[in-house]
Design a protein around this ligand. Sequence first.
Ligand code: 13P
Ligand code: SF4
Length: 364
Amino acid sequence: MLQTILPERVTRLNDNELDDRIRAAREKLGRRLVILGHHYQRDEVIKFADVRGDSFKLAQWAANRKEAEYIVFCGVHFMAESADILSADYQKVVLPDMSAGCSMADMAALDQVETCWEDLSRVTTGKIIPITYMNSAASIKAFCGRHGGAVCTSSNAPAVMRWALERGDRILFLPDQHLGRNTGYALGLRLEEMPVWDPYEELGGNPEEVLNNSRVVLWKGHCSVHQRFLPLHVAQVRSRYPGIRVIAHPECRFEVVQLADESGSTEHIIKCLTQSPAGTKWAVGTEIHLVNRLMKENPERFIIPIDDCGCLCSTMFRNDPQHLLWSLENLVEGRVVNQIKVDSEVAANARIALSQMLEISARK
Ligand code: 13P
Ligand code: SF4
């Protein structure tokens, strides 16, 4: 579904008018509405979120809180899909801007994954467990549900991968090669045991023997925001700011995470920084809106992005106050625009994989 062009009555408003009208619409909707906001949302939008979180916290919220009729999800498409799958039937999930997708999620198409699964099953022996990062389409989550696998997020990837390795001979890890490699390595696997599967190559570009000796087959996907951080940037901040601590999201390259002092989800990054002693210096490898917010909210700590450019997630950025207002005012009028509704069969299988993740995380 494409995003409708917003009417002029919304686009011509100035910042104060937008804020006032968003507040008024929220008030009218009252307890029927909840706004969820991912940490990468811009300040002008996240300030209206009732709940802020990383992908896991927001999914958990959607699974457990059944009171709001409307869940307006200020995040990206795959997050809104997961909220729809985990929420109750009467709850409607709305994405303010339909073009808020994720380029990493788009790197794994169902037909490619099915071909990979058939090829891997043919040339390897033993049981394969598919694990998909939350940042994937509902159809990929459903694939994992159908084949005895699970979803993971950056905050529970170690627990989910451990669970899978205890049950199978190898994991097919979709779609972020970096999260898969970083997590597998931290669990004690060798890099040679984690070949990359390129969906555009015969057998993913691997000899049969390599696939047979693998423990994790990493899908060739990445996040263009996090992949930009390079070992050179870490070396530069360390030489410019002696004593600085480096924290990197696990979507960053293996070499960057190896050089960092800490790695974890957006929620983990926030926790580490805010709990560190005043005066601590931090270089942060994640999306720039979160880094800027951390800088502003923690004046007693020195916080900078790992590189000078500080890359933004252009799809998270699509949710602006104009789209938020437009979706809320339509709800006030009784019209649900931009509803994210996953096909019921896909949702049923995807729910199996998402519920497996929630169960593994609850056991931790
Ligand atoms: P987390 O907030 O779960 O760490 O995920 C980061 C991300 O890339 C979301 O798209
Ligand atoms: Fe996707 Fe990367 Fe943006 Fe997250 S930061 S939504 S993985 S493109």
